[in-house]
Design a protein around this ligand. Structure first.
Ligand code: MEV
Length: 286
């Protein structure tokens, strides 16, 4: 029997713009998914398609038990975390000797297959390695870890990442002269944010600008706007949509002393808040 866990992720800066080669920054966060794999000749059926594909692609058979503190389908990378943790547990249980790089690559291939072509290499990389990651085109580089106090607000409004990505692509085709400069500006905000990582006030301002630019490309939602305004009004340094938008989650950067106030105010709007911080480990043996 082998148990491995993997963290969730948030985009701090640059979502959507990264699809067009602009820089983006994502961070692994504390809520984790833990997966236990045990060799078995008669594995139970009706598991998630991600787990089915982990077994199919490695050619082994086993039973799986999942415990998750991460809400699914909310843009916090739960499918990537389940996939990476399952692969790592399979690797140990069946002595396959996967390196972290192999887990990240295989997890990405599995996400791509299950999601029929559209998957985020960011999610699988960040959950496997942990920490803060700068993504530029195909390259990924870990940035020095920061002890941010983050509040995630789950709007509980369902959304589809592929639909939101498609929406931006259509808008860009229709109005390239408007959308392209906005994507450039998102990239510029990300670069500015990287230089302000240890200046929370400035970083918060960068988040606010990034949020406005995401609204401008049409991935906002009234529930997310309400959460962002609530977080700012109750003491956050800044707040923005995180991930694909159109529903799902937002994230606020807070001073330590304001965390519970901000989270409470966000919950009072009907959302579900998560107080969290960085996960520096990535996949981990339990
Ligand atoms: C979704 O979490 C982030 C997007 O930028 C898509 C992607 O990076 O694959 C919208």
């Amino acid at each position: 029997m082998a148990t491995w866990s993997a963290p969730g992720k948030v985009f701090l800066f640059g979502e959507h713009a990264v699809v067009y080669g602009k820089p983006g920054v994502a961070m692994a966060i504390k809520p984790r998914v833990a997966v236990t794999v045990r060799k078995s000749r008669n594995p139970p059926h009706a598991r998630s398609p991600y787990i089915e594909e982990c077994f199919r692609s490695t050619g082994v058979q086993g039973s799986v038990y999942i415990r998750s503190q991460l809400p699914s389908s909310s843009g916090l990378g739960s499918s990537a975390a389940v996939t990476a943790a399952t692969l790592a547990a399979i690797s140990e249980e069946f002595n396959l000797g996967f390196t972290r790089e192999e887990v990240a690559e295989r997890a990405y291939a599995i996400e791509k297959k299950v999601q029929k072509g559209r998957a985020s290499p960011t999610d699988t990389y960040v959950t496997t390695f942990g920490g803060i990651v700068l993504i530029t085109g195909d390259s990924k580089r870990r940035l020095p870890p920061q002890n941010f106090h983050l509040i995630i607000g789950n709007s509980l409004v369902s959304h589809s990442t592929s639909k939101m990505v498609e929406h931006v692509a259509q808008e860009r085709q229709r109005n390239p002269e408007i959308i392209n400069p906005i994507l450039d500006a998102i990239g510029a905000v990300t670069m500015k944010a990287i230089k302000s990582m240890n200046k929370p006030q400035q970083l918060g301002q960068c988040m606010d600008v990034n949020h406005a630019l995401l609204d401008a490309i049409g991935v906002g939602h009234p529930a997310l706007s309400k959460l962002v305004l609530t977080a700012r009004a109750t003491g956050a340094f800044g707040a923005k949509i995180t991930g694909a938008g159109g529903g799902g989650c937002m994230v606020a950067l807070c001073p330590k002393h304001a965390k519970s106030r901000v989270a409470g105010a966000m919950d009072a709007t009907g959302a579900r808040s998560i107080i969290t911080t960085i996960d520096t480990e990535g996949i981990r043996r339990e």
